[in-house]
Design a protein around this ligand. Sequence first.
Ligand code: NAD
Ligand code: FES
Length: 304
Amino acid sequence: MLLLCPFVRSGREGGWAVFHDGENHFLAGGEAMFEVVQNDLLAPNLHRMVVKAPRVATARKAGQFVIVRADREAERIPLTIGDADVSEGTITLFVQAIGASTRKIVEAAAGEVLQDVAGPLGRPTEIENWGRVACVGGGVGTAVLFPLAKALAELGNEVTTIIGGRSEPYIILADELASFSSDLRITTEDGSLGRKGFVTAELADQMGDPERCPQAVFAVGPVPMMRAVVELTRPQGIKTMVSLNPIMIDGTGMCGGCRVLVDGEVKFACVDGPEFDGHQVDFVSLADRLTMYRDVEEKCRIGR
Ligand code: NAD
Ligand code: FES
């Protein structure tokens, strides 16, 4: 039974009445909304948000994502489901505030609500017991890597994790990843934490050591990073999965916005991915499509 919530929101929701039934928030008329339970700043402009979404929490698998809208006017933003707590009915999202719509999402404080959290979407990660697996995360991509690495470890893989960032404040989830990784290596470009340089230097060292060489590699981060990882593993034929983040709109295979070329074929990252065999991905066309709207993106970038 719906109970009248003690507040009637104004401003962002434009004066919509919000109701609460003890589990979910609803707009007048029965449309579900999603309460933010926790919102922490993890790194510059990067928030960890715990959001009440019981059905998504129950149904989701590692590698899947949701599409979030902060309010009725906001853009639809695809966000990887970082973690879920079925008993609490919550999911964890990592949100980098870079433009107007992502900023609206991170501005929702604990107790406030998000308009839509649609999902789970995308294909789950194909988790196998590979033996020794290297999980490589670049910058914000580490947040997307986290659920994959956790699921791989839970299935009994020996997970060695390599994470990198520009400098110490950009290294995220190190303790969380260390809790299930057999080895965690950190790189920073300025040497402020861990090894100075890129994640690929650390991976190259592991691959050169027969005792540590991985049977499979999972890489998530900026396109140049994933491309560099793929070129590193290609000569040895080491299975390498990458998680792609092309522009997405509907997230259901209808708009074609997220198309990528994989093994010469057009695939839609939202329904065929987001993970693909990195050795088959056309990174040149991916990079081109990601820069298509750069002018517009620059106009809504935070700090301008
Ligand atoms: P960044 O540019 O600071 O790079 C992070 C780390 O990635 C670097 O420290 C380095 O270790 C590695 N790296 C970067 N370029 C490399 C190269 N050419 N060779 C080898 N290693 C390299 O990353 P950021 O600013 O935190 O990330 C932003 C980018 O990540 C955006 O382009 C965003 O679209 C992308 N991203 C991708 C995903 C995904 O699912 N693939 C998820 C989130 C963000
Ligand atoms: Fe529209 Fe994938 S986001 S087809």
